[in-house]
Design a protein around this ligand. Structure first.
Ligand code: SAM
Length: 312
């Protein structure tokens, strides 16, 4: 049965962080809104535990799973996790967001075989020096190679995630459109987020208002679609390029259309990306042999705590 939260939002998507470990160190990273890192490696959920959580989650209406991290490809059992999830009846799609660094041919083959449907690759710039400045690693060529391999492995289209950063990549929209024309990737420009707008000097320095970029896109787009999910705008250019703009900050329509529950890598249900004060531990009861009914009640508890962060 589909459960609707107190604000009329069904819960259809689950976004699961399977590790906090990462092989890049992006200067803007929000760590999926989970900053408690001390015990997270020991408490990483096993493949079976992740499967059990999603399996119970189906009872509240979950149909789609996104795997994230940390860097999900750092887990050697990522293929097992995806296989277990994609085989669950009622789960229509398992997708993943990755920095793309480990997307070699064998990995892509195994991901495909495991049942992964879609991949988003984080790609904030096409300039090697800027890439280094953002991630602290000189590996842009490897990521571009990974995107090519994924495209040729039938993960088509690939979406790229680009967090807009003032003075770093906000003038690169044209370069990304060229990339999309050449490769067929779907571009996704994401507004920089913060959980502490007042005191976040990084945010103040680098946040870009996406409005001027959207105005340009509006001018060159053949048509503009508004996706149901978080009311994201999707611009279709006449050269076939597709560009989505994700604007979470102060966007009540974004929150009003959020159908997503999250799971932290240490097994807490997370009702909202923006908040860390209302997590609900599901791994503890699961490890203490809770029944499916008891775990379902834990889901209901987390859903009851859901509240749009930005409201009208
Ligand atoms: N390591 C993987 C990767 O690089 O894609 C998965 C984890 S990363 C936290 C997932 C996504 O979060 C990235 O694509 C990035 O777009 C987004 N992200 C991280 N920090 C952000 C921030 N401060 N504002 C907006 N998006 C952010």
């Amino acid at each position: 049965m589909e459960i609707i939260d107190g604000y009329g939002r069904p819960i259809v998507d689950i976004r699961i962080s399977i590790t906090q470990r990462c092989n890049l160190n992006c200067i803007y990273c929000h760590h999926e809104g989970h900053h408690e890192r001390s015990n997270s490696v020991q408490r990483e959920m096993t493949a079976d535990e992740i499967q059990r959580i999603v399996s119970v989650g189906r009872r509240v209406g979950i149909k789609r799973v996104k795997i994230t991290g940390g860097e999900p490809l750092l887990r050697s059992d990522v293929f097992e996790i995806i296989t277990k999830l994609s085989k669950l009846d009622g789960i229509d799609e398992v997708s993943m967001v990755t920095n793309g660094l480990l997307l070699d041919q064998e990995t892509c083959n195994r991901l495909k075989h495991a049942g992964l449907k879609r991949i988003n690759v984080s790609l904030d710039t096409l300039n090697p020096q800027a890439y280094f400045n953002i991630t602290q690693k000189n590996v842009l060529h490897k990521v571009l190679e990974g995107i090519d391999i994924a495209l040729n492995s039938d993960f088509n289209p690939i979406k790229t995630n680009t967090v807009l950063l003032k003075g770093i990549n906000d003038a690169d929209v044209k370069d990304f459109i060229d990339l999309a024309m050449k490769t067929g990737v779907i571009l996704q420009f994401i507004e920089l987020m913060t959980f502490n707008e007042i005191n976040d000097d990084f945010f103040k320095k680098y946040h870009v208002d996406p409005s001027p970029i959207e105005e340009v896109l509006q001018g060159i787009a053949e048509h503009v679609e508004i996706r149901k999910m978080q009311q994201r705008k999707r611009y279709h250019l006449n050269n076939g390029t597709v560009i989505e703009v994700v604007r979470p900050m102060h966007n009540s329509a974004f929150c009003a259309n959020c159908n997503r529950l999250r799971v932290t890598s240490d097994g807490h249900l997370k009702p909202c990306l923006m908040r860390e004060d209302n997590l609900v531990d599901i791994l503890k009861p699961l490890r203490e042999d809770a029944s499916d009914e008891e775990l379902y009640q834990v889901f209901l508890q987390a859903i009851a705590l859901r509240e749009p962060f930005f409201k009208e």
